[in-house]
Write a protein that binds this ligand. Sequence first.
Ligand code: ZN
Length: 202
Amino acid sequence: MEDFKLIAIKCKSCDSGLTVEMNDTIVYCSSCGNGWEIINDELHPIEVGFAKPVLQGQGEIVYKGFWLVDSYVRINSRDSSGGWMSSFFGDGSKTEGNILFYVPAFWMTIDSVKNIGSQFTLRNPVPSPQKYSVKVTGFTFSKDDAKKIAEFIFLSAEAEKKDTVRNINYELTVNSYRVLGVPFYKQPNGKLRDAVLGIEVA
Ligand SMILES: [Zn+2]
């Protein structure tokens, strides 16, 4: 099965050998700190940074990939039964602004995507990612997927307000994509819990 083949490639900056799983779309060189997006077997530079573990936890720490989707969102209209509020723009009366979406890049259930994605996005816990010499894995979702998932996180959070959204018309423009390695504890129960906000994913 070709799907699980490991590919050996060389870092375009420092020539170090890198190993990447066939399905992964991102590879990070822990020797020189450069990240690469693999498009049609070619390496294209992409910014990769890491979050520092801040919470204690049980088990080994592994770094998993998130897309940081720097977006501008404008809500043109929104029909609802109650008052209008958006928690994403800071001031609840605003209808547009920048949102930095934290989109998990590795496979998890849709409920976990919604939960960890919206909590990280609303709380922005990693304003200044750092460079580390660590391995980061788990890039099942591509850039294109990341935009769709960002929209899903936005819409599902809007839909969970106390009022009832009947209709929403909005535009989401992506300014840039970066990659963030988030530390997770591989817990004895087999589930991953992140070491930044302490959210368990399934
Ligand atoms: Zn390198």
